[in-house]
Design a protein around this ligand. Structure first.
Ligand code: HEM
Length: 400
C-alpha cells in the first residue's frame, strides 16, 4: 500500500492512510521500513527521541550510487543541524533558531509580508489567468525567508536550484548520474553559503546570516554548523509554505462556496490554513530511525529500521475531527492536527508559516474575489516521497 512513487498514492494518499489507520496503525512496507498512521503511536514515538532518533533524517531516504556518495562524503551533507540532532545538543540549536521567530519579530514583518503579497498580485492581476503556485505561492514565502536570512536578490534563482538538488537527494530515488549532478550542486551550495558568511563579517546586516556569523565568532556554533543550519532553514522556510498555500487554495476553489465565504469574511483565512494543515498538509510525515529493538502498537521494530511518523494520516482520523473527510471553515476549538509535527522537533517556523499563509489567502480574496480554478483542471502532485505534498501547478482564472 505504501508505495509513495505510485500514481495512486500520489493522487490520494488518504485512501491508504484510512485503510492502514484502522487495520495496521504501525505497518511494515515492502522495503522493510515502517509507516505509523495511528495518532497514539506517532505521539509515543516522537516523545522518545532516544529510541526514535532524528540523526539520519537528512542523510537521504534512498541508497546513493558510490560516485555520488564519495562527493557527498566530502561535503557537509551528512552533518547534523537542527532537524537531525537529538537531545541534549538539539536544545542549543533550537534556542538559537527560536529567537528569530519570536512573536515580536513576527509582528514586525507582518506589514512587509502583506505589502509583498499585494505587490505580487498587482503584478499579475491584469492577466485574468495564471498559475498561482508559480506567480504567488512560491515567490511570497521564498521572498520572506530569503529576506530574513539576507540572501542577495539576484542569487535567489540559483539558490532555488541548489536547494532543489539537495532536497531531491533527500527524498526522491534518482538515477546515479543525476545523483552525481545533485551532489556537485550541494558542494557548490555550501561554498556559496560559506562565502556569504564571510561577506557578513565584513559588512554585517540585520539578518540571520549575520547572526550566524556572529554566533560562530562567539563559539556558539562553527561555520559548518551555520552553513548546514541555513540550508535547512532555506528549504524548510519556503517549499513547505508554498505547498500549504497551494493546497489550501485548491481546497477553497474546488468548492466555490468556500471561496465565496472567504471573500465575504477574510477572517476565515485562519480557519482555512488550520483546515489545510489537517486535511491536506504540505508536510505529510517525518522519519525517525530506531536505535534499539522496540515494540510500537504491537509491532516489533528492529534496531536500524526507518520509521515514518505519518502526520497527514492523523488529520482525518474521526477521533481528531468530526466529519473528517470534509474541508470545513466552521470548525471550533483548538486545532488538533499534527501538521507542524509533535514533540521537541515541532516546527520552529510554525507561526511564521501560519502568518504568511493567512496573509496570502486574505490578500488574494480581497484582490480577486471571483477567482476560479481553470475549467477542466485535474490536480497533479510533485513526487515528494512520504514527506512532501504539493501540486505541480494551480491554474486559475478571474475577471479583470
Ligand atoms: C506550512 C509550512 C510548514 C510546515 C507544514 C512545516 C512542518 C514541519 C514539521 C512537520 C516539522 C517536524 C519535523 C520532524 O519532526 O522531524 C518541522 C520542523 C521544522 N520546521 Fe517547519 N514547517 C513549515 C514551515 C516552516 C518555516 C517557515 C520554517 C522556517 C522559517 C520552518 C522551519 C523548521 C525547522 C527549522 C524545523 C526543525 C525544528 C527542530 O528540529 O526542532 N518550517 N516543520
Amino acid at each position: 500500500m505504501f508505495d509513495a512513487t505510485s500514481t495512486d498514492y500520489l493522487e490520494d494518499p488518504y485512501r491508504v492512510f484510512r485503510a492502514a489507520r484502522d487495520s495496521c496503525p504501525v505497518a511494515r512496507t515492502g522495503t522493510g521500513e515502517f509507516v505509523v498512521t495511528g495518532r497514539e503511536q506517532i505521539t509515543r514515538m516522537l516523545r522518545d527521541p532516544a529510541v526514535f532518533t532524528s540523526r539520519y533524517n537528512l542523510d537521504g531516504m534512498h541508497e546513493f550510487a558510490p560516485e555520488a556518495r564519495a562527493i557527498l562524503a566530502d561535503s557537509l551533507f551528512f552533518r547534523v543541524a537542527m532537524f537531525n540532532v537529538d537531545p541534549p545538543e538539539h536544545a542549543k540549536f533550537r534556542a538559537f533558531f527560536s529567537q528569530f521567530f519570536a512573536p515580536r519579530r513576527l509582528r514586525e514583518i507582518e506589514a512587509p509580508i502583506r505589502d509583498s503579497a499585494r505587490r505580487l498580485v498587482a503584478g499579475f492581476a491584469a492577466a485574468g489567468a495564471g498559475d498561482l503556485l508559480a506567480r504567488y505561492a512560491y515567490p511570497l514565502p521564498m521572498g520572506v525567508i530569503a529576506d530574513l536570512i539576507g540572501l542577495p536578490e539576484a542569487d535567489r534563482p540559483m539558490i532555488k536550484e541548489w536547494n532543489n538538488a539537495w532536497l531531491g537527494l533527500q527524498v526522491v530515488p534518482l538515477p546515479p548520474e543525476q545523483q552525481v549532478g545533485c551532489a556537485r550542486a550541494v558542494r557548490a551550495y555550501e561554498a556559496y553559503v560559506s562565502g556569504l558568511l564571510a561577506k557578513c563579517r565584513v559588512a554585517p546586516g540585520d539578518d540571520l546570516l549575520s547572526a550566524f556569523a556572529a554566533a560562530a565568532d562567539e563559539g556558539v556554533c562553527t561555520d559548518d554548523d551555520a552553513v548546514v543550519a541555513l540550508r535547512v532553514m532555506i528549504a524548510a522556510g519556503h517549499e513547505t509554505t508554498t505547498n500549504l498555500i497551494g493546497n489550501a487554495l485548491h481546497q477553497l476553489l474546488r468548492e466555490p462556496r468556500r471561496w465565496r465565504a472567504l471573500v465575504a469574511d477574510p477572517g476565515l483565512a485562519e480557519a482555512a490554513v488550520e483546515e489545510a494543515l489537517r486535511f491536506d498538509p504540505s508536510v505529510q510525515a517525518a522519519p525517525r530511525t530506531a536505535t534499539a529493538d522496540v515494540e510500537l502498537g504491537g509491532v516489533r521494530i528492529p534496531a536500524g529500521a526507518r520509521v515514518h511518523a505519518m502526520f497527514a494520516a492523523t488529520g482525518r482520523d474521526p477521533a481528531v475531527a468530526s466529519d473528517p473527510e470534509e474541508f470545513r471553515l466552521d470548525r471550533t476549538g483548538p486545532p488538533r492536527h499534527l501538521g507542524f509535527g509533535y514533540g521537541i522537533h515541532f516546527c520552529v517556523g510554525a507561526q511564521l508559516a501560519r502568518l504568511e499563509s493567512r496573509i496570502a489567502l486574505q490578500v488574494l480574496a480581497e484582490a480577486l474575489p471571483d477567482l476560479r480554478l481553470r475549467p477542466g483542471f485535474t490536480p497533479a502532485y510533485v513526487p515528494g516521497g512520504y514527506v512532501f505534498r504539493g501540486l505541480t501547478e494551480l491554474p486559475t482564472v478571474w475577471s479583470t
